[in-house]
Design a binder for this molecule. Structure first.
Ligand code: GDP
Length: 306
């Protein structure tokens, strides 16, 4: 199992730039070719030095990287949950994802218009998160109505679910995402509701190259907004990521070294994503193939191997 990650954010923040940089980089590096399922979905091999190291020791005829599926989810604008832009088409996409990468514009560029006229990462985050919360609120409201209808007809089997829905409703009503509540132990019922704000979210600040190594005003603001909800922020420079992706693989490390960077944005994204979701890589050799798999931390070796 690999994991599926949705890329969201307002228009013009760099979603497509980062998505295509990811796909191009992989096309050249991995023997698990990047494949485009549709123009907005890509399966990307996870760069893995340990797999390569094991391969160099046991020399298998074939070795295979584990993969991540990325989905470039367009159409999230103010009012999307009520039908603005592409409407709530984004809901289905996010529901199918394990985690959400929320790209936030933190670069100045007079040639790239900002959808609300000025660059304000904190306000951008709020606009997007509000749409997600409103979409969930609508789901929960509908569910409550349905349970109440059933209850009037004498069906009392949904009492526990109703209590949970009312609690979630009160959190969402205050703008709090379901993942930031204490509802995690209500797993099964919560899962069945299919809420999108239960998905883990990672903020990606799309910064200018100069900010990549240090701090910037936008970055400080987004960091403090993320801290309030205990979320992580990583920095990526979309433009630079696109440049790295075009380089032959053996030149990429030198390019990063010259800039004093330890890893590319792509590597950082994957490392942090694995951490966020509690995932690790597990290796098997069966027949002629050495293979890396993504499994949850703490999975028993026998289960992972199965
Ligand atoms: P999307 O609407 O979120 O998918 O945004 P795009 O990826 O299409 O990017 C919108 C514009 O911003 C394009 O012209 C990109 O070239 C530009 N862009 C993306 N990332 C960066 C960046 O890191 N720095 C600068 N200066 N421009 C960027």
């Amino acid at each position: 199992m690999g994991f599926k990650c949705g890329i969201i954010g307002l228009p013009n923040v760099g979603k497509s730039t980062i998505f295509s940089a990811l796909s191009t980089a992989d096309a050249e590096t991995a023997n698990y070719p990047f494949c485009t399922i549709d123009p907005n979905i890509g399966v990307i091999a996870v760069p893995d030095e340990r797999l390569e190291h094991i391969a160099s020791i046991i020399n298998p005829p074939k070795f295979t990287y584990t993969t991540i599926e990325f989905v470039d989810i367009a159409g999230l604008v103010k009012g999307a949950s009520k039908g603005e832009g592409l409407g709530n088409k984004f809901l289905g996409h996010i529901r199918n994802c394990d985690a959400v990468v929320h790209i936030v514009r933190c670069f100045d560029d007079p040639n790239v218009a900002h959808v609300h006229g000025a660059i304000d990462p904190v306000s951008d985050i709020e606009v997007v998160n509000t749409e997600l919360v409103l979409a969930d609120l609508e789901t929960v409201d509908k569910r409550i109505e349905k349970i109440e209808r059933l209850s009037k007809k004498g069906d009392k089997t949904h009492r526990k679910e109703l209590d949970l829905c009312l609690t979630i409703q009160s959190f969402l009503g205050r703008g709090i995402a379901a993942r930031n509540t204490t509802l995690a132990d209500t797993g099964e019922i919560l899962r069945e509701l299919g809420l999108i704000t239960t998905r883990e979210m990672l903020y990606v600040a799309n910064v200018s190259e100069a900010v990549l190594k240090g701090e910037g005003d936008y970055l400080t603001k987004i960091q403090s907004a993320a801290d309030k909800e205990g979320a992580k922020v990583i920095t990526i420079c979309g433009d630079m990521e696109a440049e790295i992706a075009m380089l032959p693989e053996d030149e990429r490390k030198d390019f990063l070294d010259d800039l004093g960077l330890r890893e590319s944005g792509f590597q950082k994204l994957i490392r942090t994503g694995y951490d966020l979701l509690g995932l690790i890589t597990f290796y098997t050799t069966a027949g002629k193939e050495l293979r890396a798999w993504t499994v949850e931390k703490g999975t028993k070796a026998s289960k992972a191997a199965g």
